[in-house]
Design a protein around this ligand. Structure first.
Ligand code: HEM
Length: 163
């Protein structure tokens, strides 16, 4: 990221609030971690269902329909609070290897979800009630779990390597 953009973000009112006010950073990072419970915490159960490891007596589509409203709020707030954190530490974050890996894994998780919804899910009616969904669905669940676990790990590593 261009240095001027990073400096501009850090000197913005939001950047200063997150980085220099007494409660800015603790509140935003606290909300960022809380959002995790409603984002990845919800998707975890859907991925375990796709892998045939949990909730196997419930149809895949029903598990999805029950969790997606919560996960949508969770991801929304993860991205908003993440963006606020980034604004406060744009230069250090964009140069941080753990952050770059985190962004890459966010992209992998996104592409995996698009492929699942546009390709794998097309014939879901056929396997919706199966305790062990077909390989493509299980692979989607595994990729999602690995990608989100890496996002969380990288988020944590950032705290130790960014400053
Ligand atoms: C669903 C998506 C996301 C998850 C699950 C996630 C998870 C995490 C976790 C677990 C931490 C460690 C917090 C700590 O203990 O200090 C973290 C830190 C951080 N995240 Fe995220 N994050 C997500 C999205 C984002 C996005 C989109 C951005 C930026 C655009 C972002 C920016 C940051 C920053 C800058 C930190 C470092 C805060 C610090 O210094 O402690 N995150 N994230």
């Amino acid at each position: 990221m261009r240095a001027e953009i990073g400096l501009w973000l850090e000197q913005s009112a939001v950047g200063l609030l997150v980085r220099e006010s007494l409660w800015g950073f603790p509140i935003v990072v606290g909300l960022h971690i809380l959002s995790l419970a409603f984002s990845v915490g919800m998707f975890l159960w859907f991925d375990l269902r796709l892998l045939g490891l949990a909730l196997t007596s419930v149809r895949v589509s029903l598990v999805y329909r029950r969790l997606i409203p919560w996960a949508t709020v969770g991801f929304g707030s993860s991205f908003i609070t993440g963006g606020l954190l980034f604004t406060g530490y744009a230069t250090a974050a964009s140069a941080n290897t753990a952050f770059r890996m985190k962004v890459l894994m966010l992209l992998v998780a996104g592409v995996n979800a698009v492929v699942y919804h546009t390709v794998t899910e097309r014939d879901r009616e056929a396997w919706d009630a199966w305790t062990h969904p077909p390989r493509a669905a299980r692979v989607a669940g595994a990729i999602s779990l690995i990608a989100w676990a890496t996002v969380i790990l990288c988020g944590r590593i950032m705290s130790y390597t960014m400053f």
